[in-house]
Design a protein around this ligand. Structure first.
Ligand code: TYD
Length: 210
């Protein structure tokens, strides 16, 4: 495919949104067309699913949760991401299949390989060209969230242990696929992180002479 698919991953409060905005602005300054995407909730259907996934009260079976994220992913990839990539654009997306492997796999303790296969089925096998992992101690992420909001969604409200498992799973994923991942220490200053990301993306663009 002609375009470039970059995803940002990390725990809640790790600064993904800030970094994806900065990266988008930097690429647009160079005259590139950038599509900003996110999961869950990057499409109209996705917004309805997001509301159910994050805010529905009461128990939700882990497999139901995994399938709802996969449904959101399937629609987002088919209707927003793939068409943009086929037009040769750069897609920068907050969260993708690694979120499902980390949160539903390690967090909810489903089988990580099954969750990955489910996601790949939903997305017809699409893998990112680059995944930026903003690694942060969950306690620090929680402090940042506390400073910016009063209400937690169903996942954010999970206990510390859950978020520790998510972090460990992300690091294991990055270790297993070092070529796809750029792991950054998210406690560093936003400007420092943005520069490291720009260096890696510039290399990628050059390698593909895009
Ligand atoms: P996000 O939109 O990143 O949260 P925010 O409101 O901070 O922007 O994601 C919402 C939650 O969904 C987040 O806690 C992580 C979780 N999540 C999963 O558990 N599995 C997934 O596959 C995805 C994409 C997100």
């Amino acid at each position: 495919m002609a375009g470039l698919f970059i995803t940002l991953e990390g725990g809640d409060g790790s600064g993904k949104t800030t970094q994806s905005r900065r990266l988008t602005a930097w690429l647009e300054e160079q005259g590139r067309t950038v599509e900003h995407a996110r999961e869950p909730g990057g499409t109209e259907l996705g917004l309805e699913l997001r509301e159910i996934i994050l805010h529905r009260r009461g128990y939700m079976a882990p497999r139901a949760e995994a399938l709802l994220y996969a449904a959101d992913r399937a629609h987002n990839i088919a209707t927003a991401v793939r068409p943009a990539l086929e037009r040769g654009e750069i897609v920068i997306q907050d969260r993708y299949l690694d979120s499902s492997v980390a949160y539903q796999g390690a967090g909810r303790v489903l089988d990580a390989d099954e969750v990955r296969r489910l996601s790949l089925w939903a997305a017809e096998g699409l893998l990112p060209d680059l995944t930026i992992l903003l690694d942060l101690d969950p306690a620090a992420g929680r402090e940042r969230l506390d400073a910016s909001r009063t209400r937690y969604d169903r996942l954010e409200a999970e206990e510390q242990d859950f978020h520790e498992r998510v972090r460990a799973a992300y690091l294991a994923l990055a270790e297993a696929e070092p070529g796809r991942f750029l792991v950054l220490d998210a406690s560093e200053a936003p400007e420092v992180l943005a520069e490291r990301i720009r260096v890696r993306v510039a290399e990628l663009l050059e390698a593909g002479s895009r």
